[in-house]
Ligand binder design. Structure first.
Ligand SMILES: [Zn+2]
Length: 476
């Protein structure tokens, strides 16, 4: 992307007539709204134990914890009903809904219009700007009040504004905060100039500018991509004139690739590739090494394999070789299994969570207590599959337990698996092409997820088909 020079005029003066504000529930309701957010999705809770461990002397009063509580809907996905405060024509309603549902192309998100008790309530109040409440907070707003405002939107509003504004406000309803509130971006803003600018253009008071533009998101409350993304749909345009370096923040005009990956990570859905990390890569392990595979380029990245030790922050020494299984889970976590233990890895913070490894026994209801060979989250059914020896079991991700009736033999339950694979597999991944891949020794097979069977012509040798892989096979 190119940057705008200091003297460059605002390229879209009309498009920035309104900045967006994230509305917060009234102060008296903050604690109840935070409780609700944690009930709906336990991952929303602020990391109190970690904070106390890091800084035992810093007080954590309830008001502060409320502010640090995230507002994401759960890993089961988002299905919300939508209504309108006024009576827009059917074509406008359908157009708004279609842009809200754009998020569903990459994540398990669905908005459905209803006339009775809608959860998302859209107003078009002129002069009130663009705003939304954040995620689960919409459930704390009185039923006769809007949860989102699309100031003066009509069928005559340019299409680009439907992309830029409707998708952005819908992102807030999904729990996504402003990308321009990332510290990396705020550090570049000239405070005095910003206060003057937003006073002049938005009529905001100094306190409003501080709250909406100049207060970085709590790092500890942040689930986010590693780097701030100035092209994120959740990032608003900031003019060069208020930036210390004179370089404007472009802001997003549509859901970009990082937004899509992030949404898929937070709300994994039927179309979400379950083994591709937010950086677009997949990881494979063998012995004391790992490699990073680029599914788009269809080859191992240059410089790999590398040693596990030193490259996976927070990995204990025992996990620096012989990882048995690795599975990318919902909620921004990955799990690694070895022997009787497992550890949880925070994909976006890029480090193992504190307090791990833990024993598998007692923490994964119904799962074998040791020696997991392979694990994979499956698209479309909310299940993960675990493999050990000649058996597999199906794990319900939302219920967080093994489904009744498992484990079962692989043989007879995975159509097309040859005998060598029915006797056990070493690794499994799902790609974003509707296929799963299973690895055993020097061979692999491709499984069609929709057809629920092995594709014809498999297994094939790894050598020659997976550039940069260990030809003799993988551990995980
Ligand atoms: Zn916004």
């Amino acid at each position: 992307m190119t940057t705008h020079s200091h003297s460059h005029p605002d390229p879209h003066p009309d498009l920035h007539a309104h900045s967006c504000t994230i509305k917060t529930v009234p102060a008296a309701d903050l604690a109840a709204a935070a409780d609700k957010a944690v009930r709906i999705n336990p991952h929303n809770a602020p990391p109190v134990q970690a904070l106390r461990a890091l800084a035992p002397d810093i007080p954590l009063p309830p008001a502060r914890l409320s502010v640090m509580t995230k507002k994401y809907w759960g890993a089961k996905g988002v299905k919300l009903t939508v209504g309108f405060m006024d009576s827009p024509a059917a074509d406008l309603r359908a157009r708004i809904l279609s842009h809200m549902n754009a998020w569903g192309q990459w994540s398990n998100v669905r908005f459905v219009e209803t006339k009775t008790n809608p959860q998302v309530r859209i107003a078009r109040t002129a002069g009130d700007g663009y705003w939304s409440y954040l995620g689960t907070d919409i459930l704390s707003i009185p039923a006769n009040a809007a949860t989102m405002n699309l100031d003066s939107f009509t069928m005559n509003t340019p299409d680009s504004e439907f992309y830029r504004v409707v998708r952005h406000e819908t992102g807030h309803t999904l729990g996504f905060p402003h990308e321009h509130m990332r510290k990396q971006i705020i550090d570049r803003i000239d405070r005095a100039k910003a206060i003057a600018y937003f006073k002049a253009t938005q009529g905001w008071s100094e306190n409003e500018v501080i709250a909406q533009v100049l207060t970085p998101l709590e790092q500890s409350a942040l689930i986010a991509t590693a780097q701030a993304d100035p092209l994120s749909i959740m990032c608003y345009w900031l003019p060069a004139s208020i930036m210390k370096d004179g370089v404007a923040i472009s802001g997003g005009t549509d859901i970009d690739a990082l937004d899509a990956q992030f949404a898929g990570l937070v709300y994994p859905g039927p179309l979400t590739p379950s083994c591709i990390w937010p950086n677009g890569k997949a990881y494979f392990f063998k012995g004391a090494q790992y490699l990073r595979y680029d599914p788009k380029a269809d080859k191992t990245d240059a410089g790999y394999p590398k040693p596990i030790a030193g490259n996976w922050p927070g990995f204990p020494a025992t996990f620096s070789s012989g990882v048995g299984a690795c599975v990318l889970w919902g909620g921004g976590k990955a799990y690694f299994f070895k022997g009787t233990q497992y550890l949880r890895y925070d994909v976006v913070a890029d480090k193992a969570d504190a307090g791990y490894p833990k024993p598998i026994a007692g923490n994964w209801p119904g799962l074998w207590a040791d020696n997991i060979d392979a694990a994979v989250c499956w698209p479309g059914n909310g299940k993960a599959y675990f493999f050990r020896g000649s058996e597999y079991l199906r794990y319900d991700i939302a219920a967080d337990k093994t489904d009744p009736g498992y484990p079962k033999p692989i043989a007879g339950n995975w159509p097309g698996f040859p005998a060598a694979f029915a006797a056990g597999v070493q690794a499994a991944v799902v790609w974003n092409n509707g296929k799963a891949y299973f690895f055993k020794g020097s061979q692999y097979l491709r499984y069609d997820i929709a057809a629920d069977k092995v594709d014809a012509g498999y297994p094939k040798p790894i050598a020659g088909n997976w550039p940069g892989f260990w030809p003799s096979g993988l551990d995980a």
